[in-house]
Design a protein around this ligand. Structure first.
Ligand SMILES: *[C@@H]1O[C@H](CO)[C@@H](O)[C@H](O)[C@H]1NC(C)=O
Ligand SMILES: *[C@@H]1O[C@H](CO)[C@@H](O)[C@H](O)[C@H]1NC(C)=O
Length: 447
């Protein structure tokens, strides 16, 4: 026991109540620990053993490929650490392998080439049917993992830099042939830890676990300019047991967006995102802070987001879906959110996002049920809330409690707006729509 804690205990002896109180608080700090078992690796190689040069100019693709080939084929017990020392290592995209740790030392930068001409293509995700922004295949992510287990990306706050500017410009000029690469993607993988790394200027989404389970992302920093297109921070997609915590994310699109496939392709693939935890995340973006969707076709269940701090945002909390999506969004809890300078505090809507093609089924309506949003504070929030369900698929059991979203002083702030929603509201300021007030289906809650 720490010495400070002994003192605390002594101080607590005076009242039994206080003892109880202090011990409960100490035990209460929830973390992602235990979701992926920690492994200790004894075998270690350095990228410099494979000809890696960190001068910012030499292309290191071969060095990464050979080092990872060595890890894959030597199959050392406990796996192998690939150490990247201080320096700037320019490279093309590369694939990871199972039972490895990519370790970025202090001052290490793994930097994506800006020569996009030879960037490899891979097949579209079956749950999307095509690339997310262009038909057909998609560019492989800068750092890619497929069918892997037991992979760690960590270190001493080194940087993975996507140099996305060239890609953003192709998007702006409409010269993209295929969907832009993610910075890091794991597909069909499990037992992934990403921690203590800075992600910078991703061409597209930053971290994309898709068809994965048991993924921990903690103590990461994700940075891209507010004007950069589609630079989502973390997108758990048709994945389960994903835990994200203690991170700072400031990008040009949603900070964390939970997804599960796109319209008829996602419905057919049928893989939900479940058991997703997000806590102690701080960030800024012109789009959403905590988002579900808009691709929700495989369903999204059992989400907990708590202790979120948002500044200079488009939408604080955004649950979004569309007709044609199908899919059930259920059991979503978002609590203890602080936001300042935000266009919309809470938005839940079923008219968001585009369709992969004309073959989507207009009768495949999304279902949204059992959402809890509580303990939300905000300042300079232009519109506190907007909840718009579908006439033929109203949102049900939406419970808002202890919400206080102040507008701009001396300004006409936009009132709540709702349609096709049922649920309840307790202690919500400004006062929400009557749809919620009159039907008090909220359970009596703890603090
Ligand atoms: C990387 O992985 C992808 C997907 O499994 C594969 O298509 C590609 O050939 C791999 N690239 C290399 C260089 O091995
Ligand atoms: C709802 O989700 C929470 C996680 O936020 C989970 O602990 C709980 O078991 C889920 N409830 C049901 C009925 O599945």
């Amino acid at each position: 026991m720490r010495r400070g804690c002994v003192w605390e205990m002594l101080a607590c002896v005076t009242t039994a109540l206080l003892v109880l109180n202090c011990c409960m608080v100490a035990a209460d700090v929830a973390t992602c620990s235990g979701i992926v078992p920690m492994v200790y690796r004894y075998d270690k190689i350095s990228i410099t053993d494979f000809g890696g040069v960190g001068d910012g100019r030499t292309l290191n693709t071969k060095a990464f490929e050979e080092a990872i080939y060595r890890i894959k084929h030597l199959r050392r017990r406990g796996g192998t650490i690939l150490y990247v020392p201080s320096g700037v290592y320019l490279t093309e995209s590369f694939n990871l392998t199972s039972r490895m740790t990519l370790y970025l030392a202090k001052g290490a930068v793994i930097k994506a080439t800006q020569k996009t001409g030879n960037w490899p293509l891979i097949a579209p995700l079956p749950s999307y049917g095509r690339g997310r922004e262009r038909p057909g295949g998609r560019y492989i992510s800068f750092i890619h993992g497929e069918g892997l287990h037991d992979v760690i990306i960590t270190g001493e706050k080194g940087t993975i830099d996507g140099q996305g500017g060239v890609w953003w410009n192709m998007w702006r000029r409409r010269t993209l042939r295929y969907t832009r690469p993610n910075l890091v993607e794991f597909k069909d993988s499990k037992g992934i830890i990403i921690s203590n790394v800075i992600f910078k200027n991703s061409p597209f989404w930053n971290i994309h676990p898709v068809y994965c389970s048991h993924v921990v992302i903690r103590h990461v920093t994700i940075l891209a300019p507010p004007s950069s297109p589609n630079t989502d921070g973390i997108d758990p997609d048709s994945s389960s047991h994903v835990c994200i915590e203690d991170s700072y994310i400031s990008t040009g699109d949603d900070l964390v967006a939970i997804k599960s496939g796109w319209d008829e392709y996602g419905i057919k693939y049928g893989r939900p995102s479940t058991d997703i935890t997000i806590r102690r995340v701080v960030g800024s973006s012109p789009f959403a802070g905590i988002a579900v969707g808009s691709e929700t076709s495989g369903g999204i269940y059992n989400v907990l987001a708590e202790h979120i701090t948002l500044k200079n945002m488009g939408v604080g909390i955004h649950l979004k879906t569309n007709i044609g999506r199908g899919g059930i969004i259920k059991n979503i809890t978002i609590s203890d959110v602080y936001m300042v300078n935000v266009r919309k505090g809470i938005k839940i809507a079923a008219d968001v996002g585009d369709h992969p093609d004309k073959n989507y089924n207009p009768n495949a309506l999304p279902v949204l049920n059992h959402v809890r949003i509580k303990n939300v504070r905000g300042k300079k929030v232009e519109q506190a809330g907007l909840i718009q369900g579908l006439k033929n698929s109203p949102f049900t059991d939406i419970c808002l409690s202890n919400i206080n979203l102040h507008g701009y002083p001396r300004r006409n702030n936009v009132p709540w707006k709702c349609s096709y929603v049922s649920g309840g509201a307790i202690q919500v300021r400004p006062s929400p729509c009557s749809d919620l007030i009159h039907r008090s289906s909220c359970p009596i809650q703890g603090r």
